[in-house]
Design a protein around this ligand. Structure first.
Ligand SMILES: Cc1ncc(COP(=O)(O)O)c(C=O)c1O
Length: 380
């Protein structure tokens, strides 16, 4: 099957009992055994559920991997991956990872004696320098949330192999439509399915995909033991969302490029970061490993906090909302929204300046998105 066919069909055959084209929602906690020690492949939904299994197979096929294991959120997926480690282990991690990931690492997992070093992984030399004898894992996010830094996955693959490190990539922003980390030697690819994969702001979920049977076995063990599983209904909704992934991503990328170019030429904006712009610091890496650049853009307003607030309060079509990767255009101003409680020097140390804005460009008519930003920038 070619890629778009896999998106629509992989793992999903008509229901064998009824012929239903759309698989049923197996909304059940448990299953009747045929006899002691013999079931039909399912015994309890925390361990396995037919609707969840279809989603796992479908997303694994789309990512070009053998196995998928779903969790109740992107965060519980990240947490499950870190369960492969033991006390004393050290992780080298992208410095601009999603804030929820660094909060998990710094405020929870470090209490279990896991150690983390954050470096700019877009510079492979910094990664090599951070490796210690107890380093066991590379945690890469590309492009990052929110600064859209791009890491060279081929270079990371070489480093991971040379130092025998587990190599994990959070590919939420790129999606398998535009990036396939497994090709570059990644052991695990993580997605928050809350975002582009489900695509309609309708649920919270996550998945890890791997080609390694040993990792799959461990992830299944974590899934059934800890039980942070998505509901059958959420799996079913994700399956429906995925069916149009290729079409949505093409439009997100097309609109993203137009909006990025509009913003880059706007007098009230100091800087635009979008992997599809030649001005992006890792543009050559982006065009080498990605086949498109999604709808995520960050930009810096010249007028700082006041300009950010004014822009947020004057958008009409763009929605003031914290998530991303859905059909609706959404916009956030970290300094007054997601990071309002973070002290300014700490915020600046992470590159989250007063004028920083992140926009998740949706699939509306791009002229309407640009017109809305243009009128709202009049107040910024
Ligand atoms: C890159 C990235 N990874 C992981 C997550 C966590 O996903 P969830 O919100 O589904 O727990 C997010 C959420 O924004 C994200 O942007």
């Amino acid at each position: 099957m070619r890629f778009n066919t896999k998106v629509v069909r992989a793992g999903i055959d008509p229901d064998p009992t009824t012929g239903a084209i759309i698989p049923p929602i197996y909304q059940t906690a448990t299953y009747v055994l045929e006899e002691v020690g013999r079931d039909k492949g399912f015994d309890y939904t925390r361990s396995a559920n037919p609707t969840r299994q279809l989603l796992e197979e479908n997303l694994a096929a789309i990512e070009g991997g053998k196995y998928g294991v779903c969790f109740a959120s992107g965060m519980s997926t990240v947490d499950a991956c870190l369960k492969l480690l033991k006390a004393g282990d050290h992780v080298v991690c992208s410095d601009d990872v999603y804030g929820g990931v660094s909060r998990l690492f710094n405020n929870i997992l470090n209490n279990y004696d896991l150690k983390f070093t954050y470096v700019d992984t877009s510079d492979p030399n910094q990664v090599v320098k951070a490796i210690r004898p107890e380093t066991v894992m590379l945690w890469i996010e590309t492009p990052t949330n929110p600064l859209l830094k791009v890491t060279d996955l081929e270079a990371m693959g070489v480093i991971a192999k040379e130092h025998t490190l587990l190599y994990a990539v959070d590919s939420t922003f790129a999606t398998p439509v535009f990036l396939r980390p497994l090709k570059y030697g990644a052991d695990m690819v993580v997605h928050s399915t809350t975002k582009y994969l489900s695509g309609h702001n309708q649920l919270i979920g996550g998945i890890v995909i791997t080609n390694r049977e040993d990792i799959f076995d461990e992830m299944k063990f974590v899934q059934k033991t800890i039980g942070a599983v998505p509901s059958p209904f959420d799996c079913w909704l994700t399956l429906l969302g995925v069916k149009t992934l290729h079409l949505r991503m093409a439009r997100h990328a097309e609109n993203g490029q137009v909006v990025a170019e509009f913003l880059e030429n706007h007098p009230k904006i100091a800087k635009v970061t979008y992997p599809g712009l030649p001005s992006h610091p890792q543009y050559t890496v982006a065009i080498k490993q990605m086949s498109g650049y999604s709808g995520m853009i960050s930009f810096e307003l010249k007028g700082g906090i006041a300009a950010g607030k004014n822009l947020m309060n004057n958008v009409k079509l763009c929605l003031l909302a914290e998530s991303l990767g859905a059909v609706e255009t959404m916009i956030t101003h970290p300094a007054t929204m997601t990071h309002v409680d973070v002290p300014k020097d700490e915020r600046y140390a992470r590159g989250l300046t007063d004028g920083l804005v992140r926009i998740s460009v949706g699939i509306e008519d791009v002229e309407d998105i640009v017109a809305d930003l243009e009128q709202a920038l009049g107040f910024a």
